[in-house]
Design a protein around this ligand. Structure first.
Ligand code: GDP
Length: 472
């Protein structure tokens, strides 16, 4: 982990590796200007440092051979109005990997060193340009999968989460100050605060922390999404439902490579929640060895799902296979009575003559919501989506407009803060000496400080920034 005293000039390719129209090499640190100037030749033999924050045209040349490596636009950006608050230079070259690698090597040869993952953003944090929650938001913004997720990341980047956390910290600090003044200067007639004065202040701070925590469950959904498996015997309409959910909001649908065991995962947009749809081949037991492989995959996918859409075909009677699928699901631990994972029953093909006996279906899953759909006409699809949202928000609906905690780390810190606030209130209530109260208040104050980074350890910083990619 680099610390504040790190004075190196760092460099990295900031655009993705691969062929592109342009690619950017980013340099930051005290020698950034000198390093790039020694490689950069401007038209008409000009040597002056170009104006700050403007693009200047020229060539990158190997200083030993004078060979021209690329035709570029370069932005010299003087500290402190830069991403890292250091001198920064961005070289826009042609986006071929070889060209960018050669520019990178030349910058390294001039004395810069390769940047660690996330080091530009780390420097922005260490130099006070961003707090920790804002630095983390940079990554969330880059990785956002829906517009709602992107909006939340941007709010965090702009400091909305930090502001609410700081407000709660400030309230706690006020109480700590009044307690400690009376402890430290007993003879100076600082009045000893009474528990009936302190209690409402602490309750107010607690309320702020609880409000942030309340949004955290939803924030997690927006960030991590909802893993959903579509399951049913062959021909009930699984693929049709998958396509219908994907088509519902095509503009922001992005196919992603399957993460586990070759199951294909696609991401649809469920009212702003990234809906990771796991395409399963069906989990019906079979004797066919080839099918058996598909079944193993489906099982694995279902095992990790947060939600299962279990489909039945209403144009046919409930079959032995339908029953077996339900058995399989239960064997995998899905049971609305004991499991927090959700099952939604989808009765499909309601446009056809109806043969399904609901009295046979209901006892299989007495507590699961049931939605009737037709993938042919689209009927019931909107209702299915609403049912899913309602289930995952425990009927509260989505509040994408307010600042929401999206990070697990922040949620943990909030939980610690809430527990310490609770303990301090209990000490007050039991009339314990005020030292006891203030110890827990300090701990709550520090826990909140971990979110914004004031009290973050080097280990924590290392962990956070190592998840960034190089060049960010
Ligand atoms: P899967 O095997 O469970 O993935 O089922 P598919 O999605 O491939 O659908 C099987 C067949 O049923 C296809 O011919 C679909 O066009 C048809 N199908 C799916 N949903 C409906 C529906 O709601 N109504 C009607 N009439 N046909 C449907």
């Amino acid at each position: 982990m680099q610390n504040n005293t790190d004075n190196d000039t760092i460099v990295a390719i900031a655009t993705p590796l691969g062929v592109g129209g342009i690619g950017v090499v980013r340099v930051s640190g005290p020698e950034a200007f000198a390093v790039v100037q020694s490689l950069f030749s401007q038209p008409h033999g000009q040597h002056d440092l170009p104006p700050s924050h403007l693009l200047t045209y020229g060539q990158i040349r190997d200083p030993r051979t004078r060979e021209s490596i690329d035709e570029v636009l370069v932005a010299f950006m003087k500290a402190p109005r830069t991403y890292t608050r250091e001198d920064v230079v961005e070289i826009q070259g042609h986006g071929g990997p070889l060209v960018l690698q050669r520019i990178l090597r030349l910058v390294l040869a001039q004395g810069a060193r390769m940047a660690n993952p996330g080091e530009f953003t780390l420097r922005a944090f260490l130099n006070g340009r961003l707090d920790l929650a804002q630095a983390e938001a940079v990554m969330d913004l880059i990785e956002a999968q829906t517009e709602a997720g992107q909006r939340l990341a941007l709010q965090q980047l702009r400091g909305r989460v930090s502001a609410q956390v700081q407000e709660a910290r400030h309230a706690i600090l006020g109480v700590i100050a009044s307690i400690e003044a009376s402890i430290d200067f007993p003879e100076e007639e600082v009045p000893i605060p009474q528990s009936n004065e302190l209690t409402p202040l602490l309750l107010a701070a607690q309320e702020q922390v609880e409000a942030l925590l309340a949004g955290a469950e939803q924030g997690k959904l927006y960030r991590q999404g909802l893993r959903t498996a579509i399951i049913g015997r062959p021909n009930v309409g699984k693929s049709s439902l998958l396509n219908a959910l994907l088509r519902a909001d095509r503009a922001i649908v992005t196919p992603v490579a399957g993460t586990t065991r070759d199951t294909v995962e696609e991401v649809a947009n469920l009212h702003g929640i990234p809906l990771h749809l796991i395409d399963t081949a069906g989990i019906t037991p079979t004797v066919d060895p080839v099918e058996e492989i598909g079944i193993q995959r489906s099982r694995a996918a279902a095992e990790t799902a947060d939600m299962v859409l279990l489909i039945f075909d209403s144009s046919e009677e409930l079959s032995e296979q339908d029953w077996l699928v339900s058995q399989e699901l239960r064997a995998l631990g899905f049971d609305p009575q004991v499991d927090s994972r959700q099952v939604v029953l989808v009765v499909n093909k309601i446009d056809c003559p109806q043969r399904l006996n609901y009295e046979a279906v209901r006892p299989l899953w007495p507590l699961a919501p049931l939605v009737r759909t037709s993938m042919l006409t689209g009927e019931g699809l909107a209702q299915l989506e609403e049912t899913m949202v309602s289930l995952v928000t425990s009927g509260k609906g989505l509040h994408s407009e307010s600042a929401l905690i999206t990070s697990t780390r922040h949620r943990e810190s909030l939980r610690h803060a809430a527990a310490h606030l609770q303990a301090s209130l209990a000490s007050l209530h039991q009339q314990l000496p005020l030292d006891f109260v203030s110890i827990d208040l300090r701990a709550a104050y520090d826990a909140l400080g971990e979110i914004t980074g004031e009290t973050a350890s080097d280990d924590l910083l290392e962990r956070i920034f190592s998840e960034f990619c190089i060049g960010k």
